[in-house]
Design a protein around this ligand. Structure first.
Ligand code: KG4
Ligand code: ZN
Length: 357
């Protein structure tokens, strides 16, 4: 079975082709080709994502990327068996572009579609790595919009253990970066500056670190960074690097300690880290060291599949179909879900008709 995956939930247009063998459900689907266009340069002038511009750019990119992926995999359009697309969460207009193109393409081919959850894509993306995880595991999902700890018992079997009550970890990186005068997207820029700083220079809050639950809060950290930048005024590059390093250290410490608490609480010894912030080198170093000391295996997606991409969407669809928890459909009546909790993505019955679809 060949699955074409289209991702368009935010500022990246991603298209990929994944092959899954339906008779051998223990085998992880294989990524045949993927292509990505990032809108970073376009949004940089505005200091953040402009939803209307994002949608228009997805329209421009999605078909050329699809042609590119098919050529790369040496497959004709007619070879596609299922067209998967990101149904949510994300920007409504941007999601509608991917959903509309996916349904139109599938309808013209007479093939079914499957609307996929963006975070399920991130969560399952380590299955495309050289060191894929085994169920069950704890997942730390850290993206621009979400910070969640999930217990994952299988495809479509997700239990929310804790999540952020305000800003996401990626947002904390992005907003702190902005306060430090760094461009968009802030996370990688802050991480680069932090490489030259001393993480012990500033004492910043570790919100909810000792709350006894698995929830996160990063809004207070951003306020502390704001207070520091105001107090410091125009400072030399070294002090900015020190503040960047201290901010990164605070975020990383909270993420690592809460992940360990989730592992303790569930009694599991496997951790999957996914989402854009999972690309952070300091987070990986800390997780690797602390988990190794406790006999916990940590799995990451390949670095280039940490941030948004079409491969994870094709993969999630293929794995749902392969596990028999979902069915592709031919009604071509797409309705996107800009707000959509991952814990809602249980097994879906083949006969389900989406409300309003
Ligand atoms: O998963 P993702 O690509 O998009 C969403 O679904 O949100 O995550 C984007 C987030 C942004 O907040 C970005 O600043 C952050 O991931 N990010 C990083 C790094 N690379 C991306 N944060 C810290 N360090 C990085 N190296
Ligand atoms: Zn994402």
């Amino acid at each position: 079975m060949l699955v074409l995956g289209i991702e368009s939930s935010c500022d990246e247009t991603g298209v990929a082709l994944v092959r899954a063998d339906m008779r051998m459900n223990a085998i992880t689907p294989v990524l045949l080709a993927h292509a990505l266009h990032t809108q970073v340069a376009m949004h940089a002038d505005y200091g953040g994502v402009v939803p209307e511009l994002a949608s228009r750019d997805h329209i421009r990119r999605v078909l050329p990327l699809t042609q590119h992926v098919l050529a790369q995999a040496d497959q004709p359009l007619a070879a596609i068996d299922v067209v998967a697309y990101t149904r949510g969460p994300g920007l409504a207009g941007a999601l509608l572009v991917g959903a509309g193109v996916a349904c139109a393409l599938a309808a013209s081919l007479g093939k079914p579609t499957l609307g996929t959850h963006h975070l399920e894509g991130h969560l399952l993306s380590p299955f495309l790595s050289a060191d894929p995880p085994r169920f069950p595991f704890v997942a730390l999902l850290v993206s621009g919009g979400h910070t969640q700890l999930m217990r994952v018992d299988g495809v479509g079997r997700y239990t929310l253990l804790g999540e952020t009550i305000d800003d996401a970890a990626g947002e904390a990186f992005d907003k702190s970066a902005k306060l430090l005068g760094l461009g968009y997207p802030g996370g990688p820029a802050l991480a680069r500056l932090a490489d030259f700083g001393n993480p012990q220079s500033f004492t910043l809050p570790r919100p909810l670190l000792h709350s006894g639950d698995l929830d996160f809060s990063f809004a207070g950290l951003k306020t502390a960074v704001l207070t520091q930048t105001r107090k410091l005024g125009n400072v030399c590059e070294q002090v900015r690097a020190d503040l960047a390093a201290s901010t990164q250290e605070a975020i990383v410490e909270v993420l690592v300690k809460k992940s360990l608490a989730a592992l303790r609480q569930t009694g599991l010894n496997r951790l999957v880290v996914a989402g854009g912030v999972g690309a952070n080198r300091r987070l990986r170093e800390e997780l690797d060291a602390t988990c190794a000391a406790r006999g916990v295996r940590v799995h990451y997606p390949e670095l280039h599949l940490c941030t948004d991409n079409g491969a994870m969407i094709a993969l999630a669809a293929a794995m749902r179909l392969q596990a028999g928890v979902d069915a592709a459909r031919c009604d071509y009546a797409f309705n996107v879900k800009p707000r959509w909790g991952l814990e809602e993505v249980g097994a879906r019955l083949p006969a389900e008709v989406f409300p309003g679809g």
